[in-house]
Design a protein around this ligand. Structure first.
Ligand code: FEO
Ligand code: CA
Ligand code: CA
Ligand code: CA
Length: 593
């Protein structure tokens, strides 16, 4: 059925077929261009990118590496311009530096990596008569946040003994952010950024809490501990506790100090997307991306103030400091055993009831045997004690802005059902789960502050010919194959868009759109694929364009600068570069209508 352009409003395009091309492949009738690449100068004084003459000083004024989450915010008073905020999750040194010796990185290489991590704020401008966007270098809002930028630690665990270090006895001032994966955009005009796999930067973990967070004994892969002792747990035991938070940034104030919000707990944060209650309090949904980990929400006790007055902006920067942190527990309703095949259970649907278990409210712990400080810093341990449900790697958890239903991308879990590991349950119904699933959650009475919810699986990913797959009941001969859902976003029509990481069906990763309502609910269509070795990240779907972050192109085993697996985006002989891509319709009309 290729060539069909029917579909739900917003999804009327010819689906892209699975492929392994070293390019971004878009539907017929669409065009694309790179918005910005790793290394492009954005700050005043930063030089043009030169892969043979990199420096930490240059990188700290240039767009960072491995773009992941993207947010596009309206910029009042500057026609055709928007503010783009990007995460730079991590560095891939073998693809950045010629002659990189993993056993002996140089100080300059390490400092370049510090500067290539973090966040970028860059104003982008529309190009006339197309959907293309181009950076506006040296704009006053442009900013780089790196692994060494000063942050304030706020909320109920700020200043706690577990957060105090030799360099910061106050426990309230941290340097830098790293492994920022997905994120969110708040209704009060700030952005949220999850600190995910922070364990990989810290050497010599030895405590049970280190083990629970994956901070391993011995040296790290990047050897940062040789250049700054704060990355050595044996020498600075609490520094690692200052990472693994949700970061909040005000991109409209280039002098603002970004915050780490301890009220939202510490784990391997993927995204953080808020929804307001009817009385204006933000509820933030969050995933902890690891096999058999949990998903969470934070319910603020404070109401958002409308408007952009100074008083409103200052007040709204306190919203994520006071409230209750919850973890999800799910119960299936099907009689009998879930057999692990993924085939539908006796009552016809993978579904059931759920409860949000409170872990802490402000300085009050709800977990017996743990103080509030411990609940926030060691949230995984608190959730273990609370009896939360162990999920198949919760990546993005996002509420639909149209319906309030919450979608949990469970990317995969190849360990489920192995000896000594948890077996299948109704929300995680496949053992050795390679392809993942997406769960749909409806809060009781559609109130995100409630403590009960109903849930069902919306999508069980894989090859539609596989009887274990499920597309919300839509006829499977009319959907695209999908594997490993990771980030989700919503378009202006209310459709959900899903980007993938780690396709196990023999294709490159890609971006998909799916209707969540109406008679086409479950009709999944592939919109694009990304180059060899890349993950599709940060989708933003606007009326006129789709934006994706092409992360880690060419990252395959054994690949290096001399021996590249991808030459995207600039072609043979040029260094592979993570980059942001815009896609639009050549006829100038809105996407998918
Ligand atoms: Fe950084 Fe969970 O992907
Ligand atoms: Ca991710
Ligand atoms: Ca059921
Ligand atoms: Ca991922």
């Amino acid at each position: 059925r290729h060539g069909r352009t029917d579909g739900a409003r917003g999804l009327r395009f010819t689906p892209v077929a699975p492929n392994e091309h070293d390019t971004v492949t878009v539907p017929a009738g669409h065009a694309q261009s790179v918005v910005i690449r790793w290394g492009e100068p954005i700050l005043r004084g930063a030089p043009d990118f030169d892969p043979e003459r990199q420096s930490a000083r240059a990188q700290s004024g240039q767009f960072g590496y491995n773009n992941d989450f993207l947010s596009l915010l309206p910029l009042r008073g500057e026609h055709g311009r928007q503010v783009m905020v990007a995460n730079h999750e991590y560095t891939t040194e073998t693809l950045m530096f010629r002659d990189y010796d993993p056993e002996n990185p140089t100080r300059e290489q390490v400092e370049i990596a510090w500067a290539a991590h973090g966040l970028s704020v860059v104003v982008v401008e529309e190009r006339r008569r197309s959907g293309a966007l181009a950076p506006v270098p040296r704009h006053r809002l442009n900013r780089r946040i790196t692994a060494t930028t000063p942050f304030r630690i706020t909320g109920p665990a700020a200043g706690a003994p577990l957060l105090r270090t030799g360099a910061d006895p106050s426990g309230t001032r941290a340097l830098g952010t790293f492994n920022n994966c997905a994120g969110g955009t708040t209704p009060w005009g700030t952005t949220l950024h999850g600190e995910e796999n922070i364990n990989i930067y810290f050497a010599n973990g030895s405590r049970p809490t280190d083990q629970r967070y994956g901070i391993a004994p011995g040296a790290t892969e990047r050897k940062w501990e040789r250049f700054d002792q704060r990355f050595d747990v044996a020498r600075e035991p609490n520094e690692a506790h200052r990472f693994g938070w949700v970061v909040e940034l005000d991109p409209f104030d280039p002098d603002s100090v970004p915050r780490k919000r301890t009220a939202l707990g510490r784990f391997k944060h993927e995204g953080a997307q808020p929804r307001l209650t009817d009385d204006g309090r933000p509820v933030v949904y969050m995933g902890d991306d690891e096999r058999f980990e949990y998903f969470y929400k934070f319910v603020s006790s404070q109401r958002m103030m409308r408007g952009t007055s100074r008083a409103a902006r200052e007040h709204n920067l306190t919203l994520l400091d006071e409230g209750t942190l919850y973890v999800a527990k799910l119960t299936g309703d099907s009689p009998g055993e879930i057999d692990g095949s993924g085939r539908h259970p006796a009552d016809g649907e993978f579904d059931g009831a759920g409860e949000w278990i409170p872990l802490a409210t402000g300085e009050v712990s709800h977990v017996p045997g743990m103080t509030a400080e411990e609940v926030y810093v060691f949230t995984r341990l608190a959730a273990d004690r609370a009896g939360a449900t162990k999920m198949d790697r919760p990546e993005d958890v996002e509420p639909s802005p149209r319906t309030g239903r919450v979608y949990v991308a469970l990317t995969n879990n190849t360990e489920r059902g192995k000896p000594g590991k948890p077996g299948a349950d109704e929300a995680n119904p496949r053992v050795l789960n390679k392809h993942g699933q997406i769960l749909e959650l409806a809060e009781e009475r559609d109130d995100p502050a409630r403590e009960r919810f109903a849930w069902r699986l919306f999508l069980v990913a894989g090859d539609p010919a596989d009887p274990a797959t499920y597309f919300a009941g839509f006829p499977k001969e009319r959907v695209s194959p999908i594997s490993c859902p990771d980030n989700v976003a919503f378009d202006p029509h209310g459709n959900m868009w899903i980007s993938t990481d780690g396709n196990k069906l023999g294709s490159n990763d890609g971006l998909f759109g799916v209707a969540t309502r109406g008679e086409r609910r479950g009709e999944l269509k592939q919109f694009l694929t990304v180059p060899v070795g890349a993950e599709t990240c940060g989708p933003v779907i606007q009326d006129r364009r789709v934006l994706v972050a092409v992360q880690h192109p060419g990252e395959l085993d054994g690949a290096s600068v001399e021996n590249p697996a991808s030459t995207w985006p600039d072609g043979p002989g040029r260094i592979v570069r993570p980059a942001v891509v815009a896609v639009w319709r050549t006829d100038g009309r809105d996407i998918g209508v």
